[in-house]
Design a protein around this ligand. Structure first.
Ligand code: ADP
Length: 242
């Protein structure tokens, strides 16, 4: 289907006033759920996302157990009230796909071999969606895993870049995602910059891809700084309370 032409950049500014290389505002709160082993709540532009981690714990059903390492499972869920037209509750193709790629991305950093036969469950609940939710979900889940005290090689930070009105920009919001030409969400191990997720919607030339990729990695580096600050704050708060 042809997308209607929409001017998404005017005088170097986007619809929400951002520069092409600017992230939306991000706020991260750590340890928001009492009964989860670890949790995080992230507001990223108009996205509102909760991540909860349970485990490592005995994995059921038993036949899923791996005697050499833990199994990390992830469920990404878009709440019915999270989008403009109510979404039918329950899993669909899109959420099954995002759950799968998120579990794979997180499994690359968690030291699963430390917990043979165990299961680690990660729940990503999208309470309000405004594009980029897989990146927000992964960013929140990674902080929740750290909050759970689960050993990891690195923290996963995610961010998207894309193309709108012919320009490469960072962190597309809903209108840009709808009417733009391309979206490239990535997730990286924060320090080594190894890529643990890379997907793409639409088309980019080789040059555009390179530019968008670099911009997204740079965005993820900024996201990592915010994750780190939130985690440090939560550790200090616990010390003060204690
Ligand atoms: P992401 O949220 O990771 O960018 P998509 O590109 O698939 O993933 O979705 C872009 C946006 O489209 C979502 O953030 C959400 O705002 C909206 N969206 C996705 N699925 C639905 C749906 N079933 N109903 C209404 N809006 C949706």
């Amino acid at each position: 289907m042809e997308k209607p032409d929409m001017e998404l950049i005017k005088d170097g500014k986007r619809l929400d006033g951002r520069r092409p290389d600017e992230l939306r505002e991000i706020k991260i709160e750590v340890g928001v759920l009492k009964r989860a082993t670890g949790s995080a709540y992230v507001e990223w532009g108009k996205n509102k996302v909760l991540a909860a981690v349970y485990g490592p714990r005995e994995l059921h059903p038993k036949f899923l157990r791996n005697p050499t390492k833990a199994v990390l499972r992830c469920i990404y869920n878009l709440a019915p009230f999270s989008v403009e037209d109510r979404k039918r509750p329950g899993p669909d193709r899109r959420s099954v796909e995002i759950s799968k790629v998120s579990a794979e991305a997180l499994s690359s950093v968690v030291m699963l071999e430390r917990y043979p036969n165990a299961g680690i469950d990660v729940y990503i609940e999208i309470l309000q969606a405004d594009a980029g939710t897989r990146c927000v979900g992964l960013t929140a889940a990674s902080v929740a895993l750290a909050d759970a005290g689960i050993p990891m090689k690195d923290i996963v930070a995610a961010c998207a870049a894309g193309k709108i009105s012919g320009e490469i920009v960072l962190d597309l919001m809903k209108e840009e995602d709808n009417y733009g030409e391309s979206d490239l969400p990535i997730a990286v191990m924060s320090r080594k910059k190894d890529v643990v997720l890379l997907q793409m919607d639409g088309k980019l030339t080789r040059e555009e891809f390179k530019k968008a990729y670099e911009l997204a990695v740079n965005g993820a580096t900024q996201v990592y700084e915010i994750q780190k600050a939130a985690l440090l704050k939560s550790v200090n708060d616990v010390k003060i309370e204690g």
